[in-house]
Design a protein around this ligand. Structure first.
Ligand SMILES: N[C@@H](CCC(=O)N[C@@H](CS)C(=O)NCC(=O)O)C(=O)O
Length: 208
């Protein structure tokens, strides 16, 4: 059994979606990051940077933090969404999500959605970068069905919950035809619907 320590955020949703996709049994422990629960000594023992998500795989007695590392671990354990022959390609897009797409869209959320009017520089900067990310992902998806090729992989699972915040981004997902096609294709997967609503059963990926 897997224990998932998480919160209802894009990084949190990646792992619940993956667990649903591979059909592993899991239980969720909520970490209230808006109230500082991530800084408690008990949690820091399993997450040295005080961040969700974290999993404990009780069967193998392993604790893993960092969403990319967790996705790779679960893909290796299940043998799914991480084709051995395509790993370099999958890793590229997964690392791009972890190091670029997620952090930049996350800053856009901070300036544009949570704190509008506080910093024109911050708002403009991350709006511009976020638009660029939409354009770049759209270009990648003009060449292949999914981000790393013709198959749905952990790079798609990692990126999807970030694009699912498109209403906060105010960029207009619909303008990006390939990204929209990809988003709709993933939105209709049963495991994605289930994993997406892991903390709020009424939540579903918003329509473009
Ligand atoms: N690189 C990390 C980022 C995780 C992350 O930023 N988690 C956020 C929530 S989405 C968090 O726990 N923030 C609490 C904090 O930093 O205090 C990963 O991919 O797992």
């Amino acid at each position: 059994m897997i224990e998932l320590f998480s919160a209802n955020t894009p990084n949190g949703k990646k792992i619940s979606i993956m667990l649903e996709e591979i059909d592993f049994k899991y239980k969720v422990t909520k970490i209230d990051i808006s109230n500082g629960e991530q800084f408690k000594e008990e949690f820091k023992k399993i997450s040295p940077f005080s961040k969700i998500p974290v999993i404990i795989d009780h069967k193998n007695n392993r604790t893993i933090y960092e969403s990319g590392a967790i996705l790779i671990y679960l893909a290796e354990q299940s043998g799914k969404f991480y084709d051995k022959n395509e790993r370099t390609k999958i890793n590229q897009l997964l690392m791009a999500q972890i190091g670029y797409v997620g952090p930049m869209l996350g800053q856009h959320h901070q300036f544009h959605h949570y704190n509008p009017g506080k910093s024109k520089f911050g708002e403009d900067r991350y709006f511009k970068i976020s638009k660029r990310i939409y354009q770049e992902l759209d270009e990648v998806l003009s060449k292949s069905k999914f981000l790393s090729g013709n198959d749905y992989t952990i790079s798609d699972i990692g990126t999807f919950p970030w694009i699912a915040r498109h209403e906060w981004h105010d960029i207009g997902l619909k303008k990006y035809k390939n990204l929209t096609r990809w988003y709709l294709e993933i939105s209709k997967r049963d495991a994605v619907k289930k994993g997406f609503s892991f903390m709020n059963k009424d939540e579903s990926p918003p329509k473009p």
